[in-house]
Design a protein around this ligand. Sequence first.
Ligand SMILES: [Zn+2]
Length: 545
Amino acid sequence: MLTRLAGGRVIDPANNRDAVGDIYLRDGRIVAAPQGGEADETYDVSGMIVMAGAIDIHSHIAGSNENMGRLLLPEQRYADAPAHPGHSPQPRGAWSSDETGCLYAAMGFTTVVEPAVLPHHALQTHLELADIPIIDKATLTVLGNDDFLLDLLRRRESTEALREYVAWALTTSRGLGIKVINAGGAEAFKQNVRSFSLDDEVPHYGVSSRAIVKALQRAVQDLALPHPLHVHCNNLGLAGNVETAIATIAAAEGLPLHLAHLQFYSYGKEGKRSFSSAAARLAEAVNAAKSVTVDVGQVMFGPTVTISCDVLRQFNARAHARPRKWVIFDGDANGAGIVPYEYRSKDFYNAVQWAAGLELFLLTNDPWRVFFTTDHPNGAPFTSYPDILALLMSRELRAEWIAMMPKEAIEVTTLPAITREYTLPEVATMTRAAPARLFGLKDRGHLGIGALADVAVYAPDRDSAKMFRAAALVFKNGELVVRDGAVLRKTIGRALTASPPGERAIERRMRDYYEGRYGLSPDFLAVPPGAIGQPDPFELVPCRS
Ligand SMILES: [Zn+2]
């Protein structure tokens, strides 16, 4: 069947298109206009905005941490009963898998990356992801605090051994990319270390955090993985940690590196409280480092839950839990911490964090290199995205919010002086075209011929938040799944994975390691397609050529 979306403003930055025109969908793909122009069905979208489905590159939507958050905060789940898509839900920490897919789709998102999967938890995470309807998913495999890797580095083994290990871990866990979280910091935490920077060494292993990041960056580069190494830096949340972020940017040394939720690293020590926004300085460093990409991790106000495999940081943050309960667990490699939190607009520190995130968005010049995230649910639940887009698009709206914040907080930021307003093509770049490029996904993030028919149509409104909260129409693989923010149909998505080709001599060694250490075959780590219970649950994304 041929479907025509007629007469909308088509914003497709990947193909340099921003004009009124038609889009045709057939068999799940975007197709060329037919001779004669006759379609089987036509949607009149004149006056509306047509974009590709949005892609979220960093949102914690499945796995053990998310479940621990659900268990720790049952009152958050039940206090605000399931929100109807299309209607602004109260911020909450963790929805069910089913709600997650519906809430994302209602906003026009069609692909989401779960960014923190420990290899030992991969099967459980993929089972949960498969239960999230409509959207396609992908995961990042977490390495960098695992004994096997640290031991390879301690022994100064070859870059080939390291590369093979990274390829093995990625393939086994069905990830799309590799992430490192406070490299070496979680392992150091187990040795009672409570602060850990880029040039600190992991006790017993004698390896610095920098050396771990550099080794993984090189392996990812050599393997030509679709996504660069995804880094959660050291010293998250601490005053003065802008120095850590700047040092990590410099450590990229001209090679691709992605820094996650940079807002949490944009703090200086200025002002009466020795806490200030250093986002302007950080944005300058990002602007200058062309091989580096970042996502923001914007903070918004309200209750949420922070969930992270940065166990050292979460342990140190436990005193700030709101409500006062938390879980810290040690485990293989990273472990994790779950700390509920409420960001308050009247709180000095929270107001500085809010402003610093917006400064990063607005002062980073290139929308191809700054990505739209709240580090869901750490900075805010993903349902706050429409409100953040509205703030980025309106200087006037920002001024209204600023007027409600503590003056002394705003004084240690540059936000009031920033006049930039994001345009719709910039929004489309940041949330569609750029994420697809960052993950090597050629079939999405754009509306060119042959692309997946993942399309979001929005009805313009003076209130941009309203427009982005409830898409007028959303098509996933050519099927209409959302109308006016209400989910019509729960289709089944797939998980996008990467696997560098070739034989791996390391497999024999991994077998010996797991049998020796755990008395188990490493097969227990595998994520077989048959376990998922859906036809064709995985799709392989080719490595870069
Ligand atoms: Zn995160």
